[in-house]
Every structure is written in structure tokens, then in C-alpha cells.
Write a protein that binds this ligand. Sequence first.
Ligand code: ZN
Length: 197
Amino acid sequence: MRLVIPIVQTGTPTLRTRAREVPVEEIVTPAMQQLVAQMIETMREAPGVGLAAPQIDVPLRVIVLEERQDALKNLTEDEAKARGRMAFDTRVFFNPVLTPIGDQKALFFEGCLSVSGFVALVERHLEVEVSGHDQNAEPVTWRVKGWPARILQHECDHIDGTLYIDRMKTRSFATTEHAQAHFAGKSIADVCSSLGI
Ligand code: ZN
């Protein structure tokens, strides 16, 4: 079985379509279990911290996310904290429903495996709660702040046909290389003022 699936790029119609719900009784079928395995392997291979089924051209409401501790090794503790980044185990949600908690927002750079080679500043809710079913068809709710909350909002957007470029601060849109060269090590406030945001 092929586990790593090509990730489709922006312009693919599936990325702009509302994905379909998966009936709960279908979650434990071999087809759905295979989909989850493919999504996790594809995310790891990319590498990425989240993936939605439409990104492998499957129009279903399924998302996976994880942040491995070893991916954070290149960040200092302060950098990780400033970005709200933290390691967390692999999570799988079928039919996730996202609810923002409170009014606090966070502005940070975001990229997407389906808009390859670019990043931009995106404002997200600082804290969210997501409910759905896991890969065993058990109901799950996860309330979380910071980095995982950003990933959840990004992935839940995907299943509604929304990309981060719909929400980005357009003046901050940059190639990954330029972002690294010109924004790395600067505070978000400094980046915003240098860009006239
Ligand atoms: Zn994405």
C-alpha cells in the first residue's frame, strides 16, 4: 500500500470545496483507516505539522496533526515560547467542529503544504476547542492554546475550502527564503512596522 500521497497545490478544486462529513460508522472501515495512515505518513514525509484530507485530493472532513519534540530542537526555549510552540502527540479528528475560546488573538507566520514555498502573517484565535471523533470512532474534545490551536484553525479551514492566503496580512506574503532572510529573529511587531502593517 502506498502511504505517502502527493500533496495537491492551490488551484486544485478540492482545496476550494467544502469537504463531506464522514458517517461515524464508516470511521473504523479499512478505507478510512488507510486514509488516516496515508495522511499521517504524508504529513511526516513533507514534513508538516498538520494535514487535511483535501490536501491529498480527498474531499472528506478528516484532519491530522502532530508536533514532534525533535522538530523543536532547532528552537531555543524562548523562541518556542514566543511562538507558542509545543510538542504534542499525533491527533486525528473526523468531522472536527472548532469553537474559539475567548477574544484573544495571535499573529504569526504560517505556511501551507498546498501553497508550497511561501509564508505570511495570519491572525488566529489564541485558544480553541475542537470536538469530533478520533480514528477509533470515539468522541473527542481538545481545548488548546497557542501553536496547536493555530494548526487546528488552519486544518479546519481546509475542510471548508479556505486557505491561509484568504486570511493573511497580504503585505507579509513572502517566499520562505525571503522570510528567513529578512524576518528571522525579528519580533512580529518589528516585522509589521517594517512592512507597513
Ligand atoms: Zn495547509
